[in-house]
Design a protein around this ligand. Structure first.
Ligand code: WQD
Length: 342
């Protein structure tokens, strides 16, 4: 098919895995990134995995409206997948203005550029964080959103609203799908791309793998007094390749005109709650390593339990997560060892 997808933030953790799957599905891909939050490791890895040394890379700051516009002028973009955003919850609490400016301005510029070019399909990288602490689990797409517990989460809620309103006013020029991710973890089976947090990891799995490889002294498990079976928080950990494939299903749904509304929302999760302790134990077991960890006080802002009801995505897009937590943790460990040159 001769369809072109622009992947903004395409050199990042999720963007690079999505680029691999889009190329495998036969799409033309343009990767755009300003490398403010990642280096070129994953972009180089994508070229090795796909054999596409000619993969177009554009260094773009989407906060600059002219740069955003220039990309839409240069390429015949049929769909844009927007990942370009800052995503560290804790950092967003310390630096809210930086998050609102970056995450909102970049998205506004992408939408304006797409509209100025006559419109296109828009796939937005949203997050389960918009549900806050849900009253009932699992959460469906009808579960009411709650006030975000961080500026990062609030930018996701605000971008969802901006997109919905802009699509509605676009008289059919824009069609969009919002994908609400749960907890993306793992790495590509080739161990050539994966999560590359800058500095001390905020997220659980990179902290686990960095502790196991000896980069971190000890993993703190934040809280073991939650009202859950083992006292630690429950999450829906979704393999990054499963998540990446969901983007191909969504883009194809838009390209083939299979949407039922101009703006659709899908939860992208496994539907399987896993506790922090279960994840740590599974990591040790499947990789044959002993992890140095301890219980620590709860982390402010953490949600006790959240996991997806993925029925809608399964039914409407035909997409389903297939990888087990064990497979995912094996890939995460292989990636960490690759980074350490082991
Ligand atoms: C998971 C669980 C922690 C680190 C956030 C964003 C979400 C998404 C993923 C951005 C929690 C516990 C963690 C550690 C721990 N987007 N934990 N020790 O907070 O569920 O979701 O990241 O990438 O939008 O909200 O993910 O991996 O930080 O935490 O015990 O060193 O692991 O308390 O229960 P979270 P997480």
């Amino acid at each position: 098919m001769d369809k072109t997808v622009l992947v903004s933030g395409g050199a990042g953790f999720i963007g690079s895995h999505v680029t691999v799957e889009l190329l495998a599905a036969g799409y033309n891909v343009v990767v755009a990134d300003n490398f403010s939050n990642c280096d070129r490791t994953c972009f180089e890895g994508v070229k090795k995995i796909t054999g596409r040394e000619d993969l177009p890379l554009e260094v773009v700051d989407f906060c600059n409206a002219d740069e955003a516009k220039a990309i839409f002028e240069k390429y015949p973009i049929d769909a844009v997948i927007h990942f370009a955003a800052f995503k560290a919850v804790g950092e967003s609490v310390a630096k809210p203005l930086m998050y609102y400016k970056n995450n909102l301005q970049s998205f506004l510029n992408v939408l304006q550029a797409a509209l100025d070019k006559g419109g296109c399909n828009v796939l937005f990288s949203s997050s389960a964080t918009v549900y806050g602490e849900p009253d009932k689990v699992p959460v469906t797409e009808e579960t009411p959103r709650k006030p975000a517990t961080s500026p990062y989460g609030n930018t996701k809620t605000m971008c969802e609203d901006i997109l919905r309103d802009t699509v509605k006013a676009s008289e059919g020029k824009l069609k969009s799908i919002l994908l609400r991710y749960f907890n993306p973890i793992g790495a590509h089976p080739s161990a050539l791309i994966g999560e590359l947090p800058r500095g001390v990891p905020n997220n659980l799995v990179p902290f686990i793998t960095q502790t196991a490889i000896g980069k971190r002294e000890c993993l703190s498990i934040f809280g073991n007094d939650y009202p859950t079976p083992d006292g630690t928080c429950l999450r829906d950990y979704i393999d990054i390749v499963d998540l990446a494939k969901a983007h191909v299903f969504a883009v194809t749904r838009m390209m083939e005109g299979k949407m039922k509304q101009d703006c659709e929302v899908f939860n992208v999760g496994t539907g399987r709650p896993v506790s922090v302790l279960e994840l740590v134990n599974a990591f040790e077991k499947v990789n044959g390593v002993k992890l140095n960890w301890k219980f620590a006080p709860r982390r402010p802002g953490d949600v006790t339990a959240i996991w997806a009801d993925p029925t809608l995505a399964n039914r409407e897009m035909g997409w389903k997560a297939t990888r087990t937590v064990e497979e995912t943790l094996k890939a995460a460990w292989a990636w960490e060892k690759h980074l350490a040159g082991k």
